[in-house]
Design a protein around this ligand. Structure first.
Ligand SMILES: NC(=O)c1ccc[n+]([C@@H]2O[C@H](COP(=O)([O-])OP(=O)(O)OC[C@H]3O[C@@H](n4cnc5c(N)ncnc54)[C@H](OP(=O)(O)O)[C@@H]3O)[C@@H](O)[C@H]2O)c1
Length: 325
């Protein structure tokens, strides 16, 4: 099969399409997927650079999400049969024509959802859902501030927050990205550079801040976010794209009874697998009803994986980038 191979740690230039052996027949509890589309995301950038928490040694085939149809099933697989369309999550190896995945890491593609949408659905929407509703305990009517809102997990968070009745302020760096956030349902979209706390206080009026901040950015943005929270607010820590981890001022937490809450999607599968399965059942149902739909701004053939990675690095992607073929 053809696969995109990372041959050394580095940037997009370390990726090359090669002929590699097909994966082995799926083991017990596994399926083999003929992958037709894969999501490209910031995690792939970190993994290529050898900077992700999981650090495979090159050569390896990157990619952890995809969609296609099942071509083989291992012993004990009950939910799927050959020919079923699935969205699949992989530890590695999705930038290839074939990939094996655990049955529990696959979900059916609902009618009406395209293969490319399915490829980028699970990770982003499960992250947003788990973060806002489970870790953040979001209630209808609450104010939510979403940073990196035009990114993959950001657009998903806008859609999930609106679907469950929140009021959303999105932050993004360009007019084009802010316009996309409004199209996806955000009530307001603001520029965060140069400060956002005063604008948030103005928009939330007497509520005097937001109830939840969804923060994949870190650094200064986290520090200012604590000052944009209303009494009893919750700050959800999702990542550190711009400035690394922050050191929260605990006096702010005390005075306004704030909470800082870590969110890691991997923890759901590791520690609360039943919750994870239930979340995905609900999310696939909502996608089938057309209530959640990924936004895809960039499409590349498999042999241009490096260009897709570069688009993510350059912050040109709005929503998601996919590799097709
Ligand atoms: N905790 C979890 O379970 C979990 C799950 C999935 C992803 N993540 C993490 O969440 C973060 C966002 O993931 P994503 O897939 O949404 O990424 P993405 O699609 O690349 O979007 C990230 C957004 O962040 C903003 N940004 C700010 N500073 C940036 C910088 N220095 N470099 C790049 N972008 C920057 C950009 O928007 P502007 O141009 O508007 O600033 C960009 O649109 C990543 O760190 C990822 O590892 C965490």
């Amino acid at each position: 099969m053809r696969a995109v191979v990372c041959e050394a740690f580095g940037g997009p230039e370390v990726l090359h399409v090669r002929e590699v052996p097909d994966p082995p027949a799926p083991g017990p509890g596994e399926v083999q997927v003929r992958i037709r589309a894969r999501g490209v995301q910031y995690v792939d950038v970190l993994m290529l650079a050898g900077k992700y928490q999981f650090r495979p040694d090159p050569p390896f085939v990157p990619g952890n999400e995809g969609a296609g149809e099942i071509v083989a099933v291992g012993d004990g697989v009950a939910r799927f049969k050959i020919g079923d369309r699935v969205m699949s999550r992989h530890r590695l190896g999705a930038f290839a024509e074939l990939g094996n995945a655990r049955e529990e890491n696959c979900n059916p593609v609902p009618d009406g959802m395209s293969t490319e949408e399915a490829a980028v659905f699970s990770g982003a929407y499960h992250t947003a859902y788990h973060a806002l509703l489970q870790r953040g305990r979001m209630q209808p009517g609450e104010w939510v501030l979403i940073h990196g809102a035009a990114g993959g997990i950001g657009i998903a968070a806008i859609q999930v927050a609106k679907l469950f009745g929140a009021k959303v302020i999105a932050t993004a760096s360009t007019d084009e990205k802010r316009q996309a956030c409004l199209e996806e349902g955000a009530d307001y979209a603001i520029d965060y550079r140069g400060g956002f706390r005063d604008k948030v206080k103005e928009l939330t009026g007497a509520h005097d801040g937001v109830d939840i901040v969804y923060d994949p950015i870190g650094g200064q943005v986290t520090e200012e976010s604590l000052r944009a929270l209303a009494y009893g607010g919750r700050l959800l820590v999702l990542g550190f794209l711009g400035g690394g981890p922050a050191t929260p001022r605990t006096n702010y937490l005390l005075i306004k009874c704030l909470e800082v809450i870590g969110v890691r999607l991997g923890a759901v599968t590791e520690h609360w697998p039943e919750v994870g399965r239930d979340n995905m059942r609900k999310l696939v149902e909502l996608a089938g009803q057309g209530k959640l739909r990924p936004r895809i701004s960039h499409r590349f053939p498999l042999d241009r994986a490096g260009d897709a990675i570069q688009a993510v690095i350059d912050r040109r992607v709005i929503g998601k980038a996919v590799l097709l073929g």
